[in-house]
Design a protein around this ligand. Structure first.
Ligand code: ARG
Length: 458
């Protein structure tokens, strides 16, 4: 048990209490951030004259050697220490003696952990943003390749109107684009440095908080020291953004699972991204998509957990806040893995264009256009709707598509049908006449793709 605070105690801590209280098992993830924060802190302490330049150099060299040894595996971060902050400080004192005891001058573990968590989260925001931008690139290339690939669009999972694969992908582009924008927003709002808030009320040392903020690439210091040590809003915002990303991935996964089913066969998942069955030799399962969908639960769980932990905490720091870490770390790693795996699965997936086109054709997806045709031939829309309803019923009974009916058959239902009906309800016409902004028609999609490219600066 290596503790920083034994002075006012006459008994040692009960072992179970020590274990329950310790966070080293999970906050060791913050090691790099902890060292980075300490470097900035001692540089500032020397500049404002709280420690000498010689002491600063000794501390910096000590931190360098600890970091090198941890990175090489020579020094292990073990449960002998209460938390990562104690680990670094104890090892520093071990290595350089008295100068090491000055590292914590004008600092509390409260502002230290607030800083470490913020630095770590900021890094994760950046990694997640990059991964999402890569996924957007994958989606964009599918859009470009499949601008004329016709497929059925669905509502209620029932075939509705023909669209294109580019159009369908474009919807996901928008979702992940908003996710990127959300992350960029969060980054701006969170980018203030809590170091120098002390335990809660700042410090009597003449710390230059602007300087540490600058050394750590923050916009500036946080304004209020009580808030500085007890704010975890940025983490809640990030977890909320992660939950939304995961929800988007989950919807997309659900579609891949449906499209990959024997009944649909719209796509074929690459062997590298599928798995087999131990008993049924014919199986090729979409496990990756299912797992991405399934992991949504733990990501939502992390958001609910932090919101619940924070809800009853009076100002300023309380130990409850140590619970901000484990589930958050898990959610960050989970979402990042899901983005990368989904991206890989999507970029290697084969789209069965013929099956998609055939499916659009056989699902009466041109029924709306057939009704619109009648409207253009003078039939009021409500009557046209009824006539096409009859046409569809006729086709269902005969097991054919509207396009397969002869003109005589059509005219027997309504004399308004003429020879040009076939062209008017072809899949190509149905799609390419839809030219409102955001619609699947070729010329509208060209514009949409251009906007996507602009977003990615491609
Ligand atoms: N392990 C603690 C945490 O993660 C570090 C801060 C401890 N501060 C304290 N006053 N006990 O929140």
């Amino acid at each position: 048990m290596a503790q920083l605070w034994g002075g006012r105690f006459t008994k040692s801590t009960d072992q179970m209490v020590y274990d329950f209280n310790a966070s080293i098992g999970f906050d060791k993830k913050l090691f790099a951030q902890d060292v980075r924060g300490s470097r900035a802190h001692v540089k500032m302490l020397a500049l404002v004259g709280v420690i000498t330049e010689a002491e600063r150099d000794e501390i910096l060299a000590g931190l360098d050697s600890i970091e090198a040894d941890v990175n090489s595996g020579k020094l292990l971060i073990t449960s002998e220490y209460e938390d990562v902050h104690s680990f670094v400080e104890a090892n520093l004192i071990d290595r350089i003696g008295d100068a090491g005891k000055k590292l914590h001058t004008g600092r509390s573990r409260n502002d230290q952990v607030a800083l470490d968590m913020r630095l770590y989260t900021r890094d994760q925001v950046d990694v997640t943003t990059e991964e999402l931008e890569h996924l957007l690139g994958t989606i964009l290339s599918i859009m470009e390749e499949h601008i004329d690939t016709i497929m059925p669009g669905f509502t209620h999972l029932q075939k509705a109107q023909p669209i294109t694969l580019a159009h369908h992908m474009g919807a996901y582009f928008e979702m992940f684009k908003r996710d990127v924008l959300r992350l960029r927003d969060i980054r701006v709002r969170m980018n203030y440095c809590p170091l120098g808030s002390g335990a809660l009320a700042g410090t009597t040392y003449p710390l230059d908080r602007n300087m540490t903020a600058q050394l750590l690439d923050f916009e500036g210091p946080t304004i209020n020291s009580m808030d500085g040590v007890s704010d975890r809003d940025y983490l809640i915002e990030f977890l909320s953004a992660l939950a939304t990303i995961q929800m988007h991935l989950s919807r997309f996964s659900e579609e891949v699972i449906i499209w990959n089913s024997n009944e649909y066969r719209f796509v074929e998942i690459d062997d590298a991204y599928s798995t087999g069955s131990s008993i049924m030799p014919q199986k090729k399962n979409p496990d990756i998509a299912e797992l991405v969908r399934g992991k949504t639960g733990r990501v939502y769980g992390a958001l609910t957990s932090i919101l619940t932990t924070m809800k009853g905490i009076p100002l300023a720091y309380n130990k409850d806040m140590q619970e901000d870490k484990e589930m958050a770390f898990d959610a960050m790693e989970t979402v990042q893995n899901c983005i990368v795996l989904f991206d890989g699965m999507l970029s290697t997936m084969i789209f069965n264009k013929d099956v998609m086109a055939e499916s659009a054709k056989n699902g009466f997806t041109n029924a709306t256009d057939a009704a619109d045709y009648l409207v253009n031939h003078g039939v009021p829309f409500r009557d046209a709707h009824g006539i096409i309803g009859q046409v569809v019923l006729y086709c269902i009974n005969k097991g054919i598509a509207i396009d397969n009916m002869s003109l005589e058959e059509l005219q027997a239902i309504s004399p308004a049908f003429e020879e040009d009906i076939y062209d008017a309800i072809s899949m190509e016409t149905c799609v390419n006449k839809r030219l409102t902004v955001g619609a699947p028609g070729h010329d509208a999609m060209v514009q949409e793709i251009k906007a996507c490219k602009d977003f990615l600066n491609k």
